[in-house]
Design a protein around this ligand. Structure first.
Ligand SMILES: [Zn+2]
Length: 478
């Protein structure tokens, strides 16, 4: 037997536990997972000694936005686009992430197929990682769209993004009414889909914009009053109840930010419904107090940063299953764009963060909180693969899985600084002391990054077609 690469590790995180294994790669997949030294160095073109390091499946970021519109601040001002998949995925590879899920946005006047085809042009041969799209719907849904939702699920795009709010007064047209959401849920339930929800109570949010405007308190440091915990409570419970009543439509609650959101998910899961939570690593690390720091907008993502008690709930939620994934909501733009909005209604959301995500979470989860390596891997890779229909091709170090691998080196401690990252000119984690950093990233058997040196080709990334397993869709199994 001859392999292309053997990675010999003593802390290799597999679905069957963490231990000393040799990962034997042939072509694009893992051909064998063996006890140490069963194959000699002569049986592989390349042997990597990863002992003393943590060997994990490549990270999966289930929520990013590239080439995304950033609304102009001034009326008639320039509408900017965020950085493209080439920049974002290059940073991802440096940070040990090998798959990204972005969005294809359907707008009125086009078919969903057209929306997907337009999005493909943004990505094809412009990405260093594998990638897929959630289908983002918005506004009033015309009746002829429902059969198209069924079709696009069959095509390999099972996750449908839905907003229950316009987010800010200037973004009218995103919100979908609960009547239309009900119709979408029926299709998702029947056809193998999962709803990816941005839930906020639109009436509460818009009311709070009015209140702060009247009181002359429109600075962005007040964002937590607008996009508040009560809004998360009301909106989560309403949308979850709608899903429960629609034969238990599976839900993926995006960027959970509050204790109330975690509690709503937990309640439904206890009743046996397939409801899953995503949070963002900035919600785990920062509170609304960070808005008061210089350039405080850099910590912001919609809905908003909240209180320490909300943070605590987001951490606890990982232990009882209410929070399954840690994403970034990546919006890669420079500091001047990120800080151009200074009001509650015009501050740019999203963060540059897909490069440090895995290392920051390693530090927070394994080093500071004593999570097992497999729990950490679940949260930054495996659960996203399962919920988004990529498992076990992605998110597992197992025979037959894609050879997507990251090796984290605890000897490579690093103070995070924007100049050493590959995203943009700022990072919210400036000065953060990471306890390990990736020294090797492999995408489908190809070494993309080793010891900081980059070997990727922008044509390496492939579009992922996805199918969510029925057990994931029928009850809260992870
Ligand atoms: Zn987002």
């Amino acid at each position: 037997m001859m392999f292309d690469i053997i990675i010999r590790g003593d802390q290799v995180v597999t679905p069957h536990g963490t231990g000393a294994w040799d990962l034997c790669i042939k072509g694009e997949t893992i051909a064998a997972v063996m006890h140490p030294d069963q194959f000699s160095n002569l049986q592989s073109n390349r042997v990597v000694d990863a002992r003393g390091k943590l060997v994990i499946p490549g990270g999966i970021d289930p929520h990013i936005h590239s080439l995304w519109h950033i609304p102009a601040i001034e009326k008639g001002g320039e509408i900017k686009l965020t950085d493209g998949p080439d920049i974002v995925s290059r940073a991802a590879v440096h940070g040990g992430t090998t798959s990204l899920l972005d969005f294809a946005t359907w707008t009125h006047g086009q078919t969903i197929e057209e929306a997907v085809n337009i999005r493909k042009q943004d990505w094809a041969q412009k990405c260093y990682t594998d990638y897929g799209y959630h289908i983002m719907l918005q506004g009033a849904i015309p009746h002829n769209l429902y059969p198209q939702i069924a079709e696009v699920i069959q095509e390999g795009y099972p996750s449908i993004k839905i907003f229950t709010t316009d987010i800010t007064p200037s973004r009218k047209g995103r919100k979908i009414t609960h009547g239309h959401i009900w119709e979408i849920f029926k299709v998702l339930k029947k056809e193998g889909g999962i709803a990816a929800i941005h839930a906020e109570d639109d009436e509460i949010v818009m009311h709070m914009y009015d209140v702060l405007d009247r009181e002359g308190r429109t600075g962005f440091e007040n964002l937590a009053e607008v996009h508040n915990s009560m809004s998360e409570d009301l909106s989560f419970r309403r949308i979850i109840r709608l899903a429960e009543l629609t034969e238990g439509t599976p839900l993926y609650m995006m960027h959970v930010s509050a204790e109330t959101g975690v509690a709503a998910i937990e309640t439904s899961r206890k009743r046996g419904f397939p409801v899953y939570g995503e949070t963002l690593h900035q919600y785990l690390m920062f509170t609304h107090e960070h808005y008061k720091l210089p350039n405080g907008q850099i910590y912001h993502t919609y809905p908003s940063l909240k209180e320490t008690s909300d943070q605590d709930a987001l951490w606890k939620g990982q232990l009882n299953g209410s929070i399954s994934t840690i994403a970034t909501d990546e919006i890669c733009c420079n500091l001047s764009t990120k800080t151009q909005g200074k009001r509650v209604d015009d501050t740019t959301g999203g963060n540059a963060g897909c490069e440090p995500r895995v290392s920051v979470m390693y530090t927070e989860m394994i080093v500071k909180r004593g999570y097992s390596p497999s729990k950490f891997v679940d949260l930054i890779s495996t659960n996203a693969a399962k919920l988004m229909g990529l498992y076990p091709k992605k998110g597992a170090l197992a025979v037959g899985s894609d050879a997507d691998i990251a090796v984290l080196d605890p000897a490579e401690k690093r103070v995070v600084t924007a100049s050493r990252l590959h995203e943009t000119d700022y990072t919210p984690w400036e000065g953060y002391e990471a306890a390990a950093w990736p020294v090797l990233t492999v995408l489908r058997g190809k070494i993309m990054m080793e010891n900081g040196e980059f070997f990727g080709d922008v044509k390496d990334g492939k579009l992922l077609k996805r199918k969510v397993a029925e057990d994931i869709r029928s009850r809260p199994i992870i």
